[in-house]
Design a protein around this ligand. Structure first.
Ligand code: 6LW
Length: 519
């Protein structure tokens, strides 16, 4: 942020979709969906709506988060809603793998959160609100509401049909707000890709009927050439100075045609004005202007940017580290080799569920992620993945470093180098300039990375793989990044950098992540 009137978007980069936010005093809390990853539902804290720090994960115990081994990629935990009521935080979400909504509470948002209460209600995207009588209402996609007892999960009334948007597909992410003498109903429609949109209606009664706003959808980027696309799935919050704001998801695709997005759906922020009792927002940009005196305008914005983990902690991994479906206690240790993260292989391949993996989200288009790993007698490495069928790996075993690409039914070794036994530094870098021409064959990639083929530029980015030798870094291969995009892999997540072991045990001394220029 250059001066006090602008802020950078996304405010939570990388795959952080379906944001929900609430304010308690001077503090803002935000949560996102997490799908097949454990722990689930990352929770963030901020004092200015722009600078967010992850303070934990709401679902961090297997008793709260059932993700059986056959949980599909992009299944599991869908959109959550966070609210604060009578001194307690409430979080409700849907585990589409078990087909149930779960409601947990806490007095401290950093946790621990309670064991779940399950709600026997259909649909997805549950949201909570309390009416003037103190009754609790659950609203779900479709859109319909139920009066519930949040202590027991008992449904006391409903379904009460609500307004379902302007006719766009998938009316979802509903939220009810008591503002003045009105009940406002915010709904997303159009689906969570480039047709996404946000619409609003209001009523004097929480049961409706709802009258739609004068301009609906009041936010959509569909059919525009704006950099930020797929804007939708929003939640409103009033700031400490009375100004109103909306968090929402969006994507930043790269490449000429078709564009590809690799960072997943990210969390954006936009200021809201009220005109004649209805919300109005400007288009969502990477740099937004904040009303003077508003918390975002007063924020000194630092990109979360670089981070390094030397695994010197002994009790717990940082909350940003996520694993697939579970993280068995005997699969990892910070004490077996102090100052190192030791991983023990559970699965034998990254291509199927069950692999021992500890990962963090890619948060910048141009970045470098490196590890210093001692494979011992095992097979271990660093992967850039979207799911079990879409990942690029650089791994070491038996004194050989290999670069392996798995895309759908295809699996291939793209480069290899013999290295001395013992710890080795492996790096994966992504760049959005100087892209590889799209038609270079695998052979060309090994012998002459970037050989010109004179056809139109490639898609979204180039992924390169390095091993550090005594003679300096050696690039073993460079691969077209489009195959690790949502447009190719499908699904609701985004890329993560993962430390993994598929044979025996291995120890990681450090993980280092740095955004590089362009970003
Ligand atoms: C989310 C819903 C959606 O719950 O996708 O397409 C689901 N829309 O709002 C997962 O992100």
């Amino acid at each position: 942020m250059t001066d006090s009137a602008t802020f950078g978007n996304p405010v939570v980069p990388g795959f952080h979709p379906d944001p929900s936010v609430c304010r308690v005093g001077e503090d803002y809390y935000l949560v996102c969906s997490s799908f097949e990853y454990f722990p689930g539902v990352p929770i963030f804290h901020s004092r200015d709506l722009v600078n967010w720090r992850q303070i934990g994960n709401v679902l961090d115990r297997p008793s709260q988060l059932e993700l059986p081994p056959d949980t599909h990629a992009s299944a599991g935990i869908y959109a959550p809603t966070i609210r604060h009521h009578d001194g307690r935080f409430y979080l409700v979400t849907t585990n589409v793998t078990t087909g149930r909504h779960l409601l947990v509470t806490a007095t401290d948002p950093a946790g621990p959160w309670s064991e779940p209460v399950h709600l026997d209600v259909p649909h997805i995207d549950p949201s909570l609100t309390w009416d003037d009588n103190g009754d609790c209402w659950l609203t779900v996609s479709g859109v319909e509401s139920y009066r519930i007892d949040p202590e027991t999960g008992t449904v006391l009334e409903g379904p009460v049909p609500m307004w379902s948007g302007t006719g766009g597909q998938y009316p979802e992410a509903p939220h009810l707000y008591r503002i003045g003498d009105w009940w406002y109903l915010l709904v997303s429609e159009g689906g969570t890709h480039t047709g996404h949109a946000v619409s609003i209606a209001r009523s004097r009664s929480i049961r409706g009927p709802f009258e739609p706003g004068p301009v609906n959808p009041f936010l959509t980027h569909r059919s525009t050439d704006r950099l930020v696309q797929a804007t939708g799935h929003a939640d409103l919050v009033q700031a400490t100075d009375g100004s109103w704001w909306m968090v929402l998801l969006g994507i930043r695709a790269k490449g000429q045609w078709p564009p590809y997005h690799v960072l997943g759906r990210e969390t954006f922020l936009v200021p809201v004005r009220w005109v004649d009792g209805w919300p109005v927002v400007d288009p969502v940009e990477e740099t937004m202007t904040a009303p003077a005196g508003s918390p975002p305008a007063l924020a000194a914005v630092g990109d979360p940017g670089a981070y390094r983990d030397d695994f010197d902690a002994t009790d717990a991994l940082a909350p940003e580290w996520i694993s697939l479906r579970e993280r068995p206690k005997d699969s990892w240790s910070l004490t077996e080799r102090p100052g190192w993260l030791t991983l023990h292989a559970a699965g034998t391949t990254l291509d199927r569920s069950g692999a021992t993996l500890v990962a963090r989200r890619q948060q910048h288009h141009d970045c470098r992620a490196g590890v210093h790993v001692d494979p011992g007698a095992g097979r271990a490495g660093l992967t850039l993945r979207i799911d079990e069928a879409h990942h690029y790996d650089i791994e070491v075993a038996d004194g050989l470093v290999q670069v392996i690409g798995r895309v759908g039914p295809f699996r291939q070794v793209f480069g290899e180098l013999s290295v001395p036994a013992g710890p080795v530094t492996l790096t994966i870098a992504t760049r959005t300039d100087d892209l590889l021409p799209p038609t270079v064959t695998a052979a060309d990639q090994v012998t002459a990375p970037g050989a010109p083929f004179g056809v139109r530029p490639a898609a979204c980015d180039t992924v390169s793989f390095e091993v550090l030798t005594d003679g300096g870094p050696v690039v073993l291969a460079e691969l077209d990044g489009r195959y690790l995009s949502t447009e190719v892999a499908a699904g609701f997540t985004g890329r993560v950098f993962g430390l993994y072991v598929t044979e025996g045990s291995a120890a990681f001394d450090w993980f280092d992540y740095r955004p590089s220029a362009r970003s």
